[in-house]
Design a protein around this ligand. Structure first.
Ligand SMILES: [Zn+2]
Length: 82
């Protein structure tokens, strides 16, 4: 899945060589596909509505990080595509 907000998800590698936007979550694309550590909260991507809040509050004390739910939804879509 690509992201129309983040230059097709690749983000020019500025968050790490293989780190891309996956449904609004910053994650190593290989980890995303392999389902590595599905219970780990990930940082959100620049297109995420809470991106600005994350910049000032990286610990997420004043906003809700829904990265786990977003990755689950993304994996669900992947599966249904076969
Ligand atoms: Zn994005």
């Amino acid at each position: 899945m690509t992201c129309k907000h983040c230059h097709n998800g690749f983000l020019d590698g500025r968050f790490g060589q293989d780190v891309e936007c996956v449904n609004g979550v910053l994650i190593d694309i290989d980890e995303a596909h392999e389902g590595v550590s599905p219970d780990v909260v990930r940082p959100v991507a620049p297109c995420h509505p809470c991106w600005e809040k994350q910049l000032s509050d990286p610990d997420g004390e004043t906003w809700e990080n829904d990265s786990i739910e977003r990755l689950e939804a993304w994996r669900g879509a992947e599966v249904s595509h076969g």
